[in-house]
Design a protein. Structure first.
Length: 129
């Protein structure tokens, strides 16, 4: 876990709060999460301004996310196999095999503006010479 200050170690309270924040099964408001961790809201918001604490929370979130990848991938492939068009599209997008093409319609005139200065005047310019 890379942190801004290599000498930084979270306190027991910071560990508790970070685990609550990172755990997707934890529900509730910030106030409720602070109460569960045993810290005040002002302390929580002070910690959230500390890059070391934020990095620590993010590293825990990454751990939770990584732990779920196999299950999520299995669910996606199961849905794609069942014929779910959105799942099929997402599957191919993730594998780099599909890129959505977008058509743009335009009505009216298009004006091109050159950002480079003219080297010759219009009177001097002869494209056929």
């Amino acid at each position: 876990m890379k942190q801004n200050n290599t000498n930084w170690n979270p306190t027991d309270e910071q560990v508790r709060m970070a685990q609550i924040l990172a755990d997707p099964s934890e529900q509730g408001t910030i106030t409720e999460k602070c109460e569960k961790a045993g810290v005040s809201r002002s302390t929580f918001y002070r910690w959230m301004r500390d890059p070391n604490f934020v990095e620590y929370v993010n590293s825990l979130i990454d751990e939770y996310t990584d732990a779920e990848l196999a299950r999520v991938w299995a669910a996606l492939t199961r849905k794609a196999s069942e014929g779910d068009i959105q799942a099929i599209k997402l599957f191919f997008e993730m594998k780099g095999k599909y890129k959505e093409k977008k058509e743009i319609e335009h009505s009216g005139t298009i004006q091109f503006v050159s950002a480079t200065p003219d080297v010759v005047s219009e009177d001097e310019w002869n494209p056929n010479s």
